[in-house]
Design a protein around this ligand. Structure first.
Ligand SMILES: [Zn+2]
Length: 198
C-alpha cells in the first residue's frame, strides 16, 4: 500500500482535467524518482503561480499583474474586443499574433446540460464594458461546438442595438473544434475571415 503522502498527492493530481487516478499515481511515482530535478522544479513553479498569478479584473486573463499585460498595453487597439470562453483560448489566439485588440474571458460557455447560465459567466461584465463605450467591434471567438455557438448567439442578442459591429470567427473551424487545439494557421485564418453575426 502506498503511503498517505503519496495517496494525498495522487488524489490531488487525479482531479486535474485529463488525469485519472491511474495516470496520477504514475505521475507521482515518476516525480518521486526525480526529487531533486523535476519534483523540485514543479514545486517551485507551483509556488510561483500561487504567489504571483492573479486574474485580471477587466478581462479575466491570468497574469502577474491586474490589469493584465494585454489590458495595460497601449499598443493594443482598445476599440476591438475579442470574446473567448476560456483563458486557454485567449492564449491560443494571442499566440497566433493576428488580433491586436483586447480580450474578454467569459469563464466558460452556456450549457443547459451542466446547468451553466448567463449569470455564471462574465456576460454582464461584458455588456457593461461595451456600454462604457469606445469599442467598435466585438469578435465572438467561441468554440465551434453547439454550446459555443449558443453562447455566441446569446451574446449577440444581448448586444443588439448597441453601436458595435459584432463578428464571429469564420467557420473554417472544424465542427466541434476547440480553439485551444487548433494550429495557429487555422486560427489566424478563422480570425482573418471573420464575418458579421446574423
Ligand atoms: Zn486584462
Amino acid at each position: 500500500m502506498a503511503s498517505q503522502e503519496i495517496e494525498a498527492l495522487s488524489g490531488a493530481l487525479a482531479k486535474l482535467p485529463g488525469l485519472g487516478p491511474r495516470s496520477a499515481r504514475r505521475a507521482v511515482l515518476w516525480l518521486v524518482k526525480r526529487r531533486e530535478t523535476a519534483l523540485r522544479q514543479l514545486v517551485a513553479a507551483l509556488a510561483e503561480v500561487q504567489d504571483r498569478l492573479v486574474e485580471c479584473a477587466t478581462c479575466g486573463n491570468v497574469d502577474t499583474s491586474d490589469p493584465c499585460g494585454i489590458c495595460s498595453d497601449p499598443r493594443r487597439d482598445p476599440r476591438s474586443l475579442c470574446v473567448v470562453e476560456d483563458v486557454a483560448d485567449l492564449w491560443a489566439l494571442d499566440r497566433a499574433k493576428l488580433f491586436t485588440g483586447r480580450y474578454h474571458v467569459l469563464g466558460g460557455r452556456l450549457s443547459a446540460l451542466d446547468g451553466v447560465g448567463p449569470e455564471d459567466l462574465s456576460i454582464g461584465r461584458l455588456i457593461d464594458r461595451v456600454g462604457e463605450g469606445g469599442i467598435d467591434e466585438v469578435v465572438l471567438a467561441m468554440n465551434a461546438t453547439l454550446e459555443g455557438q449558443t453562447t455566441a448567439h446569446y451574446i449577440a442578442e444581448r448586444l443588439e442595438g448597441r453601436p458595435v459591429r459584432i463578428t464571429q470567427l469564420a467557420h473554417g473551424l472544424p465542427v466541434g473544434g476547440e480553439l485551444d487545439y487548433l494550429d495557429e494557421g487555422t486560427l489566424a485564418q478563422a480570425l482573418r475571415a471573420r464575418r458579421p453575426v446574423g
